[in-house]
Design a protein around this ligand. Structure first.
Ligand code: HEC
Length: 166
């Protein structure tokens, strides 16, 4: 028996370790940890999938509510909450109604990022405990409005004449 026979085994162990750490990292997606937080677009996308899987059966595919549960998307929705932080505290303790607290923290944040967007607050940063109280619901002049104002400036028919011929 030659000692080189152990090399494939060692490599296999290494691979398992690498794959395993890769998995746990992806699975947790903790927005509080800059190393693990998903990007804003990725977070909203993941949130949509999670909402579909865990919430839509009661709140409806578009979050507009059903006879089982109130709307979480729309003008009247979420009226008892002021910030994304308050929504997090509620849903992470109370939802899904039939299995409260069963999702991971990062999964709740992803659902919130998705739900904020569905309500017109399209976060351009990853939503998490570090910024959740800055995302205001039902407020004039919130981040979404600022964004809309910024977007208006891009319309080509806003004829702003700049005098550059001097
Ligand atoms: C088994 C049905 C059911 C599921 C699944 C469910 N909910 Fe609910 N949800 C309810 C009911 C019923 C209420 C209203 C009673 C209450 O507020 O506890 C509610 C209330 C809410 C509210 C408060 C709405 C408001 O403005 O008062 C939010 C936000 C919410 N759910 C989010 C979620 C999210 C996010 C998920 C998925 C992780 C989810 N729910 C899954 C039944 C459900």
């Amino acid at each position: 028996m030659r000692s080189t026979r152990n090399i494939p085994l060692t490599l296999a162990c290494l691979l398992v370790v690498v794959l395993f750490s890769g998995c746990t990292k992806r699975g947790s997606m903790d927005p509080a940890d800059p190393e693990e937080a998903p990007g804003p677009a990725e977070q909203k996308l993941a949130g949509g999938t999670l909402f579909e899987k865990h919430c839509a059966k009661c709140h409806g595919a578009l979050g507009k509510g059903t006879d089982k549960a109130p709307a979480v998307v729309g003008e009247e929705a979420l009226s008892r909450f002021n910030t994304a932080q308050e929504v997090f505290e509620f849903i992470s303790n109370e939802m899904p109604k039939d299995k409260p607290g069963s999702l991971k923290e990062g999964e709740y944040w992803a659902i919130i990022a998705f739900d904020l967007k569905a309500n017109g607050v399209d976060a351009d940063e990853t939503v998490g405990p570090q910024n959740a109280s800055t995302f205001l619901l039902h407020s004039e002049g919130d981040k979404a409005d600022d964004k809309q104002d910024a977007a208006k400036g891009d319309h080509p028919d806003d004829k702003v004449s700049l005098d550059v011929n001097e």
